[in-house]
Ligand binder design. Structure first.
Ligand code: HEC
Ligand code: HEC
Ligand code: HEC
Ligand code: HEC
Ligand code: HEC
Length: 186
């Protein structure tokens, strides 16, 4: 021990206290980051930030302020597997006349004139081996917000629920819906 002591730098108690105070928050900070990572892993880790979109489409303006019903744009949602994203033509229903002087609308009009779809970035996406169908969920009376959160108040859509296998199964169990592997796996 004496040899070890000789190797260590000599510091006063005050210096030790100062170093201790400086280092402790760093260690605690590290623990905080690890705890957050563990939490994200445990909760499925799929809850994401909003991806950037090619046109700054804002749900809080359309579904919020203008109160356009979700199904006006997402036409497949009640009867099909896919909710569907509206075509440029559906946007032009209004933007042929609404806000035509704004740069983002002129971008939209360029798509219309060149007949090119907008390449929206997907926010929610289950893996290829999973089958998700909107229709039975909406027909069972579930609100969009149950799975997607309050989209009408979002400027940019982000995923707020994990929608992992455990999450799907949990709700199916509560609602006596099928827990058969083949229900959700192709
Ligand atoms: C005026 C048309 C319009 C209306 C009304 C509308 N949406 Fe959308 N929605 C879009 C467009 C365009 C996108 C693709 C761009 C984006 O993600 O913001 C989208 C994307 C989404 C997404 C993300 C899709 C993905 O990639 O995972 C969800 C969820 C969604 N909408 C839910 C809703 C809900 C719920 C409502 C009603 C409260 C609603 N939308 C009303 C046009 C609309
Ligand atoms: C039912 C009518 C309607 C439809 C359909 C519609 N919008 Fe709009 N949009 C509006 C209204 C109203 C505003 C607000 C205009 C204002 O600020 O004066 C708006 C605003 C916008 C803006 C913001 C413009 C700016 O810079 O201030 C963008 C971008 C936009 N819409 C894109 C879209 C896209 C993309 C679609 C198709 C997916 C779409 N809209 C479909 C009515 C509509
Ligand atoms: C039970 C949960 C659940 C409910 C309720 C739900 N969704 Fe979804 N939604 C999902 C999942 C999961 C995905 C990803 C599907 C995939 O990757 O195929 C998705 C994807 C989407 C998409 C993008 C892909 C597509 O299907 O076109 C849109 C848009 C959407 N939902 C809109 C809505 C709207 C609007 C409502 C309400 C009328 C709604 N959803 C209700 C779980 C739900
Ligand atoms: C918030 C509750 C809830 C969540 C979350 C949920 N489901 Fe469902 N699911 C239901 C209900 C309720 C039904 C309708 C059951 C019925 O009609 O008997 C259903 C039905 C289904 C069906 C159709 C079953 C059939 O018999 O045709 C499939 C497929 C399905 N869900 C897949 C999924 C997948 C995959 C996920 C996760 C990505 C998911 N669900 C998340 C509640 C939920
Ligand atoms: C209610 C819907 C649902 C049911 C029922 C279900 N799964 Fe899944 N499963 C999912 C979803 C959604 C995913 C993808 C998300 C994830 O990995 O959590 C998935 C992912 C998986 C994976 C891949 C995991 C990975 O790490 O990539 C396997 C393997 C799997 N499921 C097996 C099963 C088996 C076996 C059963 C029957 C006992 C079953 N699932 C029942 C929804 C379901």
């Amino acid at each position: 021990m004496q040899y070890l002591g000789a190797l260590l730098p000599r510091i006063t108690r005050l210096q030790a206290l100062v170093i201790g105070l400086a280092v402790t928050p760093l260690l605690l900070g590290g623990a905080g980051v690890i705890a957050l990572l563990l939490f994200l892993m445990a909760s499925g880790g799929t809850v994401t930030g909003a991806p950037e979109q090619p046109i700054a489409f804002d749900h809080s303006v359309h579904a919020g302020e203008a109160a356009i019903p979700c199904q006006f744009c997402h036409r497949g949602v009640v009867t099909e597997a896919s909710a569907t994203i509206p075509s440029v033509q559906q946007c032009m229903f209004c933007h042929g006349v609404v806000a035509t002087d704004r740069p983002q609308i002129q971008l939209l009009q360029a798509h219309w004139e060149t007949n090119t779809p907008v390449d929206w970035t997907r926010v929610h996406r289950v893996p290829d081996h999973v089958r998700f169908v909107h229709a039975p969920h909406i027909q069972a009376g579930l609100d969009c917000a149950t799975c997607h959160g309050d989209v009408a108040s979002m400027s940019e859509v982000r995923q707020v629920r994990s929608l992992s296998m455990g999450d799907c199964q949990g709700c199916h169990r509560e609602n006596s819906a099928s827990l058969d592997c083949a229900t959700c796996h192709k």
